[in-house]
Write a protein that binds this ligand. Structure first.
Ligand code: FES
Length: 117
């Protein structure tokens, strides 16, 4: 009988202007699972308020899932989920929205305000 492997996902939480904290979740580890799979599992099974973003899933087309995985910029949808502790944080050089969501829209692509018109 094989021992079940787990990952402890340490997740940055908080919104812009709030005192940040880290929440830890024990996530079942499956061979070939991605960090995004673990985040989805947490949202479905542990904390539905966890904020993160993704769209294309493994096509490397949208870049919406970019976060820091153990301190390095990575795509959550393609980053392999290791066993042990994995720390996920929002991109450091972008404006934080909440949890792992940052404002990644280039300034030229933002909708202008009524005053810009
Ligand atoms: S979800 Fe599109 S690159 Fe990861």
């Amino acid at each position: 009988m094989s021992e079940e492997l787990e990952t402890k996902l340490k997740v940055y939480r908080g919104a812009a202007g709030e005192e940040p904290r880290y929440d830890e979740f024990d996530v079942p580890h499956e061979e070939g699972a991605s960090v995004l799979d673990a985040l989805v599992w947490v949202r479905e099974n542990q904390d539905s308020s966890l904020a993160f973003r993704y769209s294309c899933v493994s096509a490397n087309a949208c870049k919406e899932c970019m976060i820091l995985v153990d301190g390095k910029v990575n795509y959550a949808c393609t980053a392999r989920l290791n066993t042990g502790t994995v720390t996920v944080e929002p991109l450091a050089n972008k404006t934080l929205v909440r949890d792992l969501v940052t404002d990644i829209v280039p300034p030229k692509e933002r909708l202008g305000s009524a005053e810009d018109a």
